[in-house]
Design a protein around this ligand. Structure first.
Ligand code: SAM
Ligand code: SF4
Length: 497
C-alpha cells in the first residue's frame, strides 16, 4: 500500500485515492492471499459425497462459498470430474437454456501508456503499428458490423491513453448507436455496446452510463499481487492493483448495473485465480446485491514482439482450461461466461457445452480492420493473435447444428432487466423464458437479413423446434410471439419481450 500514490503527476491525477479507500474494509481488501491458499490446502482430497453435495447446491443456482469452490478445484478423480462437467452443463441449461449470445470486438485505439509485459500494445513496443480511429472511421466499422455481418452487440476496446479518455469513449459509443443501415429485409443497428477499457473514476463512469453503455468490463489479469507487480511495471497507472480491483465497485456506484470481471490465465496458478474470481463475485454480491454479469477467462496468446508470452510458467493446458470453466460455472451459476476467438474452434465448441454463454465471431482485432479489407490478421497491428477467425454465418450454423440458438437479443437492459433484477431472474431460472422468446425473434431477423442459404436451412429447423417448445412450455406467451414473428417476417425490426 505504501507507494500506491507516489506516481508522476499525470498518473496520480488519474488514480483517486479516495475512490479506493472508501471500499476497503477494516481488515484490508477482499482478496486475502493467505486465506485463499489456506482454503486450497485445507480442502484437498474431498470425498465424492462432499462433491455431490456441492453440485446439488450449484444446481439450486446458489453462489458457492470458498471452501466449496476449493474442494471442486482439488478433485483428482477422473470420474468425479466427468460428474462435475455434466453438472456444469445442467446448470447452464437451467439458467440459459440453449441460447448463445454473439458479439464482435471493435478495437478503437492501440495507443497505451501502460507497459503490460504480455500485451503487444504496451508502450515500450515501438515496433507495433498504432492507430486511433476517428468518429467517422468508427461509424464505418459499425456500418460493416451491423449492416453486412449482422452483429447487434459490440464490445469496444481501448488502450489507456489521454487521447482516448472517457469523453472519447462516450463519443464512440454515441456514434455507434446512431448507425442504421438498410439490409436485405429490414435494417441493421448495434443495440448494445459493452466496453473493455481501463479502470475509471466514478465521474468518468457516469459519462459512459449516460450514453447507454451495456456491460463495463475490466479484467484484473491476476489476483496474485506479486505476479501483478511483476507483469505491470512500476510508474504505470495499471501497476496500481487496488485501483483496478475496485473499479467494479466504482462502476456500480456510478449506476452501471452490468459489470464484467476476468482473469488473464497463464500469469499465475489457475486454481488461485479461480478463487480470486469467486471472492470478487461474492464481494460484489455482498456490497451491492449484484454479482458479475459476465466472467471472462482469456488464456494468454502469442503477441507481436512480446517475448514474455513464451516465458510464462503458468500456461493453462486444454484439460485444466475445461476444469476451470466448469468450476466457474458451478461457483457463480448465474453469471454469463465469455469464450473468445482467442480460442480455436474445437475448444470453443467444447467449452460452450460445459458452461460458456457468449462468444464472438467474424472477429477482427486490427484497428479499423472491419472496413479496411486489406487489413487482415496482421500481427503488428494487433494486441495478440486470434485462434478462430470464422465468419458469424459459419459459427451460427455450427451452433444450430449443435442444437444451440444464437441470440441477438439485447432487450434485457433496454427493459430494465439488468443488475439486481436480472440476477434474481437468472437465479430463479426466469430469465431463460424471456430470452427464449427474444432469441427466436432476433434469430428470425438475422436469418432473413444475413444468413447464407445453408445456414438458413439449419436455422429454420431450429426455430420450428423452439416455437413448438414455447407453445408447450409457455403457452400464455405463444400468441404474442406468433404475432411478433409474423411482423418481423414482414420486415419490422427490433420487437421484443
Ligand atoms: N487496456 C485496457 C486494459 O488493459 O484493461 C483494455 C483491455 S485490453 C485491450 C483487453 C484484455 O486483453 C486485457 O485485459 C488482457 O486480459 C487481454 N490481453 C492482453 N494481452 C493478451 C494476450 N497476449 N493474449 C490474450 N489476451 C491478452
Ligand atoms: Fe495497455 Fe491494456 Fe495492453 Fe496493458 S493490456 S498494455 S493497459 S492495452
Amino acid at each position: 500500500m505504501e507507494n500506491l500514490f507516489t506516481y508522476p503527476k499525470e498518473i496520480s491525477g488519474v488514480i483517486r485515492k479516495e475512490e479506493i479507500m472508501r471500499y476497503l474494509d477494516k481488515d484490508g481488501g477482499f482478496i486475502n492471499e493467505e486465506e485463499i491458499k489456506e482454503k486450497l490446502s485445507q480442502n484437498i482430497n474431498p470425498s465424492p459425497s462432499r462433491i455431490r453435495e456441492i453440485l446439488r447446491k450449484s444446481l439450486s443456482i446458489q453462489t458457492l462459498d470458498p471452501d466449496e469452490t476449493a474442494s471442486l478445484l482439488n478433485v483428482k478423480d477422473r470420474d468425479l470430474w466427468e460428474e462435475i462437467f455434466a453438472t456444469a452443463t445442467r446448470v447452464k441449461k437451467i439458467v440459459y437454456d440453449k441460447r448463445i449470445v454473439t458479439f464482435a470486438p471493435l478495437y478503437c485505439s492501440s495507443y497505451c501508456i501502460n507497459n503490460c509485459l504480455y500485451c503487444a500494445f504496451r508502450r515500450e513496443n515501438t515496433l507495433v503499428k498504432r492507430r486511433k480511429l476517428s468518429l467517422e472511421e468508427i461509424k464505418r466499422e459499425a456500418e460493416v458490423l451491423a449492416g453486412e455481418i449482422g452483429h447487434k452487440r459490440l464490445i469496444v476496446v481501448y488502450g489507456e491513453h489521454p487521447t482516448t479518455d472517457a469523453d472519447y469513449i462516450a463519443e464512440t459509443i454515441r456514434t455507434i448507436y446512431e448507425v442504421k443501415v438498410r439490409t436485405k429485409n429490414g435494417y441493421g443497428s448495434i443495440r448494445r455496446v459493452n466496453v473493455n477499457a481501463a479502470p475509471m473514476s466514478i465521474e468518468d463512469l457516469k459519462k459512459l452510463k449516460e450514453v447507454g453503455i451495456g456491460t463495463f468490463q475490466v479484467f484484473q489479469e491476476t489476483y496474485h499481487q506479486e505476479t501483478y507487480k511483476k507483469v505491470h511495471p512500476e510508474n504505470t497507472i495499471k501497476s496500481n492493483y487496488l485501483w483496478r480491483l475496485y473499479c467494479m465497485h466504482r462502476a456500480l456506484e456510478a449506476g452501471i448495473d452490468d459489470v464484467g470481471i476476468g482473469v488473464l490465465f497463464g500469469l499465475y496458478d489457475w486454481r488461485f485465480e479461480v478463487m480470486g474470481l469467486l471472492y470478487h463475485s461474492r464481494e460484489l454480491e455482498r456490497k451491492f446485491g449484484i454479482g458479475p454479469h459476465t466472467i471472462s477467462f482469456p488464456r494468454i496468446e502469442p503477441a507481436f514482439n512480446t517475448p514474455f508470452v513464451q516465458k510464462t510458467n503458468y500456461r493453462v493446458s486444454d484439460g485444466d482450461f475445461k476444469k476451470l470453466i466448469a468450476v466457474i460455472r458451478l461457483s457463480v451459476p448465474y453469471t454469463g461466461m465469455i469464450i473468445t476467438a482467442r480460442e480455436p474452434k474445437k475448444i470453443r465448441q467444447e467449452m460452450i457445452k460445459i458452461g460458456c454463454t457468449q462468444t464472438d465471431a467474424s472477429t477482427k482485432i486490427g484497428i479499423g480492420a472491419y472496413s479496411d479489407r486489406y487489413n487482415q490478421q496482421e500481427a503488428e497491428r494487433q494486441q495478440f493473435i486470434l485462434g478462430d477467425t470464422r465468419s458469424l454465418d459459419e459459427v451460427v450454423r455450427e451452433f444450430a447444428q449443435m442444437g444451440y440458438i444464437t441470440s441477438f437479443c439485447t432487450a434485457g437492459y433496454r427493459c430494465g432487466r439488468t443488475g439486481k433484477c436480472i440476477m434474481e431472474l437468472l437465479k430463479r431460472g426466469k430469465e431463460a423464458k424471456f430470452c427464449k422468446l427474444n432469441a427466436i425473434l432476433t434469430f428470425r431477423e438475422w436469418l432473413d437479413d444475413f444468413a447464407s442459404d445453408e445456414t438458413k436451412e439449419v436455422g429454420e429447423k431450429l426455430i420450428t423446434q423452439e416455437m413448438e417448445e414455447v407453445k408447450e412450455q409457455i403457452p400464455s406467451a405463444y400468441p404474442k410471439l406468433l404475432e411478433y414473428y409474423q411482423r418481423i417476417s414482414n420486415g419490422e425490426r427490433d420487437l421484443y419481450f
